[in-house]
Each structure stands twice: as C-alpha cells, then as structure tokens.
Write a new protein. Structure first.
Length: 503
C-alpha cells in the first residue's frame, strides 16, 4: 500500500475524531484541526515530486486487484489539486482562529471541516466512479453542517437551498453511474477509459455523459444551475465561505475535467462543444450578476460562478495548451478568491457591515488591508504581471490557436467587467469618505485583539504572496500544468498505472 495516497484521507479523519474528545478545550481543538490540511499539503507536495520523477502512483486497497477493488490514484493533476487544497484549507483554518465563536467550536466546527477535507482528498485521489460519488456525499453532508452551524434564519435558508440542489446533482450522478455500469460492467475509471470505446452504441455513451455534465455542472455552479451558490455562500461565517470558494466548486470542475478527458472523449464535437457553450454563459451571467451586487460577499459569490467559466473554457477547447491554462487558472483562482473573501472578513470586522453602500475610507484607516485587496483584485481581473494575467493569457492563446474566437472574445469581455466590479468595490469601500449611513465609527465597534488580528492577517498575506510569486515566477507552475495536461489528453499512462496494461 502506498501510504502517501492514504495519508490525506486518514489523517483528517483521525483529526476529526480526536477533536471531538476535547469539547471544553477549544485551543486543543484548533491545534488538532491543523493536522488535516497539513497532511494534505505535505502529501500533495510529495506526490507531485514523486509522480513527476517516477510516474503515476496507484494503490489497491485490501489487495483487491483493479478494476474490482477500491483504487487510489495520483497523477500530476490530482497531486497538484491536493496541494492547492491543503494550502487553502490551512489558510482558512488559521483565519478562523481569530474569528470563530466559541459556541461553533463546541458544536464541532473543526471536526466537520476535517471531515469535509476527507471528502475533498478522496475525490481527488479516487480511481473509481462510485467512490467519487461517496466522497462527494461526504463533502455535501459536511458542508451542509458548516453552512447551518450557528443557526439563524439566513443560514438555515441558505443551507436548505444548497443541500436541495446538491441532492439533485447527486441523483443525476447516481443515475449516470448506474447506466455506466449497465453499459460497460465496470466503474473503475481506467477500465472505463478502455471499455467505453468498445461500446457499439456511442449515442448511448453520449447520453450517459449528459448525466455527468448536469451533475458536475451543478456541483461546480456552471450555467444554468448556478443560482444556489450566491444564495448560500454569503450566509455562513466568513472562514467557511472562503473555504467553500477555494475548494468545493473546484472539486466539481476537477471531476468534469477528469471524466471528460479520461472517459467521455469519444464524441468531442458534441460534448465539448456543449461545455464550451455552458462556459460562455457561465462567464457572462456570473460577471453580470457580480456587477449588479452591492453586498461584498454576494458580489464575490457571483464572481465564483463567472470564473468557473474560464476553467470550463480550457476543457472545452480540449488541447494540451488549453487544459494547461485551465489548471493554471484553477490554481490562481483558489489563491485569489480565498484571499478576497478573507479580506472581506477583516472589512466586516472593522466596519460592522458587508454592504458596499455603508463602508468607506478604508484606504486611509486600514492601508495594509487596502493593499492586500488591491493585489488580489487586480489579479482576479487579469492585470499583468499577476497570476490572473498568466492563466488568462494561457487560455486566450490556446483559444486563438484552436480558432475558438467566440469563447476567447467572451473571456476578454468578461475580464473587463471583472475589473469594473473590482473597481466598484475599491471606490465604495476604500476610496470614498465614510457615508453617513455607516454603522457607527470604528471606535464604537468591539476592538480586535492583536493576536486575533495577526491570525486573520497572516493567511491573507500568505495567499496573496503565493499569488504574486506565481505571477512573477510562473514557469515552474506552467511546466507542471503542461505535463499534467498532456497526461490528461493521452491517458495511456494512467491506464497502465492502474490496470497494468496499455489501452
């Protein structure tokens, strides 16, 4: 058994259980909770190095040979995603140490977070469609609890919308998996890659693929079933929103890229063209929704939707360059979007509101926060030399090379609207004087202790710093993304690692 493949699943699970044993000791719970993201970060980095050096890693649990047993697989794509998940979950947890209420800690917040990380790690590493469904369900249950934890009408309403839509997604997933098994006799992804091409009725295969387009499209908040995200992501504590923005929709995108490169790649003219249409609408509808918002978190929630469109754009073009651009964009978006939500947590703490109409003068009063927001916002808009510019440039170049001019033009137009919406936040929150409708002077709000401020600022500095380094030193990340994309386009190495045979 390859322990590196099991570690990011087992350690968060043990951390979740161990944290429950210290109900009346929140400081101990905090320390224990760090084991989950640290194990993901360490395992992701180690697997990235090993896969790059020795090739794709695979292990059969219980010594049942593939395709009959449970298989865990790590290639460059899944290892990279595991590393990014470890980074963002660590940052969100550290931020929560300075903001989370003691009641939520007693109710098991950190245990549930680690259980959600178990699901995330399992989704990235599984080599089986049914187990992907199981990991998704664990993520769904955990995220539902995190949304509702603490009570209140707004949280319950948001969590009900979230779970209802995601249960619909799960139903489509389960139906698709059942049809896949009935058609091919297997749910092992590598085995499906081989057997799906041998099915006589390829029209049936394309129909089954639509079940997964709907299921994973729902989970990643792609058009047209994205409305659950801006209706729910603004309701929980800010550290939970940041964690969700950096992880959950990206797991849906990961599943789309994995299945539509490894399994459903025989009718590209139809399936990937459909994904391209969805990508364009997702970009436009998301950014238009963001432009119309005057609540900080709701605005950024619509931007999550819009940015998903760029990732789907890379998949839809379906070339190594485009997939590499999509992987780069996922990494950029995870860092930047999480940091912007965490900045919003600081702004709310110092101003007492999340409404853009009731904030102001933050540039003068909190210049460090203003600087962090400016760097992350410009990166989100794709201003050079940021990580957003590097990843968008890769996608635009891939689109032009493939003569996909319409989706490329849409991506550039959406970037302009993204810049406009970020400018709206800057003018409202940082630049203009404090409006008379503001909820009291800063001195009247509860003071923030220095330790709490440090715990909130340090993860934002970490994420923004990583994003800036990514922008200035993009070549190593670009090489990893390119190698990962090439292995996605040609899955023979993946099949060989799992089944021991070349398709």
């Amino acid at each position: 058994m390859n322990l590196l493949l099991v570690t990011p699943i087992i350690v968060p699970m043990l951390a979740a259980i161990a944290a429950l044993a210290f109900r009346e000791q929140p400081s101990v719970r905090r320390i224990i909770s760090l084991a989950g993201p640290l194990s993901m970060l360490a395992a992701g980095f180690a697997l990235l190095v090993i896969v790059d050096r020795d090739g794709i890693q695979s292990t059969n649990l219980g010594d049942w040979p593939a395709p009959f047993g449970i298989v865990l697989v790590a290639d460059l794509f899944s290892s990279f995603m595991l590393l990014m998940a470890g980074i963002v979950s660590l940052a969100a947890l550290v931020f929560s140490f300075g903001t989370l209420r003691s009641r939520n800690i007693r109710f098991g917040h950190y245990s549930v977070v680690n259980l959600m990380l178990v699901g995330v790690s399992g989704a990235f590493l599984t080599g089986d469609m049914f187990n992907l469904f199981v990991w998704f369900e664990l993520m769904l249950i955990s995220s539902f609890v995190l949304l509702a934890l603490g009570g209140g009408r707004r949280r319950i309403e948001g969590s009900v919308k979230y779970v209802a839509i995601n249960l619909l997604s799960s139903a489509f997933f389960l139906a698709g998996a059942g049809l896949l098994y009935a058609t091919t006799g297997t749910l092992n992804m590598a085995d499906l890659s081989v057997k799906i091409a041998e099915v006589d009725n390829q029209g049936l295969v394309t129909t089954i693929a639509m079940f997964f387009v709907i299921s994973f499209g729902l989970k990643s908040a792609a058009f047209p079933l994205f409305f659950w995200l801006p209706a729910s992501y603004h309701t929980p504590s800010i550290d939970v929103t940041a964690l969700f923005s950096g992880l959950l929709t990206k797991v849906g995108v990961y599943a789309l890229i994995r299945t539509f490169t490894l399994i459903f790649a025989n009718d590209v003219d139809f399936t990937h063209t459909l994904i391209m249409v969805l990508a364009g609408f997702t970009m436009v509808v998301g950014v238009v929704g963001a432009v119309a918002q005057y609540d900080y978190r709701r605005l950024l929630s619509f931007h999550i939707v819009s940015q998903i469109g760029y990732m789907l754009m890379g998949l839809s073009i379906f070339t190594p360059a485009a997939l590499a651009g999509a992987i780069l964009f996922i990494a950029h978006n995870i860092l930047v979007k999480t940091s912007l939500f965490l900045v919003g947590g600081l702004l709310a703490r110092f101003s007492g509101t999340e409404s853009l109409n009731r904030m102001g003068d933050m540039y003068r009063r909190k210049p460090v926060i203003a600087g962090l927001f400016a760097v992350a916002a410009l990166s989100l808009a794709g201003i050079p030399p940021s990580s957003g510019f590097i990843s968008k440039l890769a996608l635009v170049r891939a689109g032009i090379e493939d003569e996909a001019y319409v989706i490329t033009g849409i991506s550039l137009f959406v970037s302009l609207l993204t810049l406009y919406s970020m400018t709206k936040i800057w003018n409202s929150v940082f630049w203009r004087p404090m409006p008379e409708t503001a909820p009291g002077a800063v001195a009247e709000l509860p003071p923030v202790r220095r330790l709490n401020l440090l715990l909130m600022l340090s993860p934002i500095l970490f994420l923004v710093g990583l994003s800036a380094i990514f922008g200035f030193v993009a070549q190593p990340v670009f090489e990893i993304a390119t190698d990962a994309a090439e292995s996605l386009i040609d899955p023979s190495a993946y099949v060989q690692a799992v089944l021991g045979e070349t398709p």
